[in-house]
Design a binder for this molecule. Structure first.
Ligand code: ADP
Length: 349
């Protein structure tokens, strides 16, 4: 087979391929390799394309031992990419070329997903460990120094109940997030009247609002506004948003507004927008794009003190995406925040 034919054949492979001779001179490369390392590779030493010592060592090793090696290679060309390179030996008699073949597989997204997963596990463990440490501490105190102190016992039990509640809240949110993620590609089937739904959420949030001395202002529109959706999930969306507005709204009133529109950015066809408006301290612009990340909190201590898990807005975002809608966050420091959920009203296919 001619070199050109071989290059064409290797060009059908999605990954970059380089073939070097016994002196590590590049003899053949496919189109993908040219795109990554430059067009005029053949004739140059492998060093012209790759400088990472581990890769060169792996190739030397394969040339000497004739065994296959796999080596990780990071590059900034054309963008930050991580490759897994499989280096195999080529035999002059059997393959027509003596040397080594380097096959590149892009593992950037796989590595990123793996990193996200391990960060997530570390976060969950950390979040569960702090209430657990508090509980263990109180149990020890109750067994020892406070064993006979009825007053201390009562107050410790109350704190312990709070910590146990925090763990339960976290586990509930984690389960709900994983359920929502699992269903993200399944189209919601039910029909929901948003006005009625919002009235029900406001009613459920009334005790929390009363406790915080906050009034929830909402007037249900006279006509039903139907959308195709999952009632329980949409309930959770507005529950999380209204709960946040009460928790972080600085004790001022919370207003819910609902409006319909013929079209909206990023939505197919007609849409309905629900705004949850608070007049609290607001959120600095640097935080806004990160609010829907799991466990992201603007002020860790304050959010934990008010019982936040840092998962509420991640759940809101996933449910909204499942409904082919959009979450918009606007906030001005010192003035308050508006969390808007925009959902399509037309039946989507
Ligand atoms: P949490 O369970 O901590 O409330 P969320 O995901 O619901 O988690 O919110 C993430 C963070 O966003 C909160 O910890 C809080 O710092 C901030 N936040 C959410 N809603 C508001 C709001 N209405 N006003 C100010 N900050 C908010």
């Amino acid at each position: 087979m001619q070199i050109q034919q071989l290059e064409n054949l290797l060009g059908k492979l999605p990954g970059a391929v380089l073939i070097v001779d016994r002196w590590k001179k590049i003899v053949i490369c496919n189109a993908r390799a040219r795109a990554v390392f430059g067009a005029d590779l053949p004739g140059h030493h492998l060093l012209a394309a790759i400088r990472q010592p581990e890769v060169l060592a792996a190739v030397s090793d394969v040339l000497a031992s004739r065994e296959t090696r796999i080596v990780r290679y990071e590059t900034r060309r054309p963008t930050e990419t991580v490759f897994s390179i499989q280096v195999g030996s080529l035999d002059e008699e059997e393959d027509g070329i003596g040397g080594a073949l380097l096959h590149f597989t892009d593992v950037t997204t796989v590595e990123r997903a793996e990193r996200l997963r391990s960060d997530f596990v570390a976060n969950v463990s950390h979040e569960l460990r702090s209430p657990l440490t508090a509980l263990t501490g109180f149990i020890e105190t109750l067994q020892g120094p406070a064993a006979e102190d009825a007053q201390a016992r009562q107050s410790f039990l109350e704190i312990m109940q709070g910590e146990a509640g925090r763990m339960k809240g976290l586990i509930d949110d984690l389960l709900s997030l994983s359920r929502v993620e699992a269903m993200e590609l399944v189209k919601p089937r039910g029909e929901v009247d948003l006005g009625e739904l919002l009235r029900a959420v406001c009613k459920a949030q009334q005790p929390r609002a009363d406790k915080a001395g906050v009034e929830i202002e909402f007037s249900q529109p006279p006509e039903a506004i139907h959308i195709q959706g999952d009632r329980d999930q949409l309930f959770q969306v507005f529950q999380n948003l209204i709960e946040n507005a009460i928790k972080y709204g600085g004790g001022k009133n919370v207003r819910i507004a609902i409006s319909t529109m013929d079209k909206a950015v990023g939505i197919d066809g007609a849409a309905v927008q629900v705004d949850v408006i608070d007049h609290g301290p607001g959120i600095a612009p640097v935080h806004i794009p990160r609010l829907t990340e799991r466990f992201y909190r603007v002020d860790n201590h304050r959010a934990r003190d008010v019982g936040g898990t840092g998962l509420g807005l991640a759940i809101v975002k996933h449910i909204t995406m499942r409904h082919r809608g959009r979450l918009k966050i606007q906030s001005a420091e010192g003035e308050g925040s508006v969390f808007s959920v925009i959902l399509p009203t037309g039946n989507h296919p």
